[in-house]
Design a protein around this ligand. Structure first.
Ligand code: ZN
Length: 294
């Protein structure tokens, strides 16, 4: 317990420092972080690299099963997991690379474990526990994706949001670099799923969101214009072939975008609402500025 107290105290001091510079009235946050250090880690390259991305996951399991998996089998890890009751467990120091994203790409960068902080959340994911059923041939189900995934608990969200706030402030992580695993591995991964509280996080200062008020006025081409869709998804950061063809790979990326920004319909089919939200995001977080900020 003594050890846990020391970690919590460190965070308290860090948070106090932040609050002093940002707002004198913000309450001090105290995170109780338990450590179960994982051997599944490596040095960042270069070793003093400061992570500038935050990647969110769900674990499809219990808190205990992930603690066991990350310490023993699997050869995978994350920096933290947030439990369904709001517990926080740390596996890997933020100085080191945790093994959470695997084959991944964003904004032209690959191997994102090197640049990111990875946070798992305790959540079972798809209710039928088989993402492939939705992914491969069930567009209709994904049109109502929210009905088919496990809700996040209030306790988890109540810890997740201030905890992510703390991390993005400390590491100066830009909104457009707060991502889901499926954003960086479309088709291969579905986590953290359509019920993840992206919009709430954005309103708490964590992560990107479109501007709802401007959507009706945004000019978009006909929805058959696949090149416009591919170019804008690529400009926003997604890995996509700009080949002018509607195909499985493009659908996977549209679906990943929808899971994050348009969860009410994550069918992978393009529509006016999806295109407007995409255009708003590209306008709000322009590619040129993002490249400069890196
Ligand atoms: Zn994941």
């Amino acid at each position: 317990m003594k050890h846990h107290f020391r970690i919590a105290l460190t965070f308290c001091i860090l948070t106090l420092g932040l609050n002093a510079s940002l707002s004198a009235t913000k309450p001090t946050l105290l995170f109780d972080i338990k450590q179960h250090l994982s051997p599944h880690k490596s040095l960042r390259e270069p070793a003093d690299l400061n992570p500038f991305m935050l990647i969110l996951h769900y674990n499809v399991g219990s808190l205990d099963s992930t603690i066991d998996w990350f310490q023993n089998d699997g050869g995978v890890s994350s920096h933290y997991i947030i439990g369904a009751q709001g517990e926080i467990v740390q596996f890997v120091s933020l100085k080191d690379k945790a093994w959470h994203a695997g084959l991944s790409e964003w904004d032209g960068l690959t191997g994102l474990n090197n640049y990111s902080i990875g946070i798992e959340t305790e959540n079972m994911g798809p209710l039928i526990n088989d993402w492939n059923v939705y992914h491969e041939d069930n567009q209709e189900s994904m049109a109502n994706a929210c009905e088919h995934f496990t809700p996040y608990t209030n306790a988890l969200e109540e810890t997740l949001i201030p905890f992510c706030q703390n991390i993005v402030k400390r590491y100066k992580i830009q909104d457009y670099n707060v991502l889901g695993h499926n954003d960086v591995s479309p088709g291969r991964k579905a986590d953290p799923g359509p019920l993840f509280p992206w919009e709430k996080l954005h309103h708490a200062g964590v992560g990107a969101w479109f501007i709802p008020e401007e959507l009706p006025y945004i000019k978009i081409p006909d929805k058959e214009d696949i090149r416009w869709v591919q170019n804008n998804l690529a400009d926003y950061g997604y890995k996509i072939n700009k080949d002018g063809n509607w195909g499985e790979k493009t659908r996977n990326v549209i679906q990943a975008f929808q899971m994050h920004f348009r969860p009410a319909d994550a069918s992978g089919r393009i529509d006016t609402e999806t295109m407007s939200r995409l255009a708003s995001l590209v306008k709000r977080y322009p590619k040129e500025k993002r490249q400069l900020a890196k």
